[in-house]
Design a binder for this molecule. Sequence first.
Ligand code: PNS
Length: 158
Amino acid sequence: MKTCIYPGSFDPITNGHLDIIKRASKVFDKVVVCMMINYDKKSTFSIEKRKEMIAKSTKDISNVEIDFFEGLLVDYAKKIECSIIVRGLRAISDFENELAMANLNNSLSDDIETIFFMSSTKHSFISSSMIRQVAALGGDVSEFVPAEILDDIKGSLI
Ligand code: PNS
């Protein structure tokens, strides 16, 4: 059974994330969407709320599992015995950081492979932080997040 981990902070999940999850779910038998801590970012939504939003958004995809892990991604990969990490690449500006992360993870654990899915053009500019900002300031984010979580993020904090 081919399993991949799709790690991220998902604060909150966006249509861009969902697109990667759907595409990965066609390539892998199981996609484990793992909420992790990005120590470079301040979080807005609680882990429970993020989990609930991912669950609502992925309810129709049968081979998705949701998890949370606090620690190194390579340690989580070892824990669940999975060596494939999936990440999305939105634009060339993502590349430098993603390359560093993939190389770092591979240096920490040499059986780890990172596979990139190119974001669809219509999602290439969406980020959780921009969505939080637009929602907090009363803007319409319905085009950018799954319909199921729209009410959850209305009036969210920046
Ligand atoms: O959605 P994000 O914020 O781009 O996801 C980044 C994330 C959470 C996958 C990354 O920060 C991460 O792997 N955090 C866990 C700690 C870790 O393993 N750090 C070393 C690699 S940066």
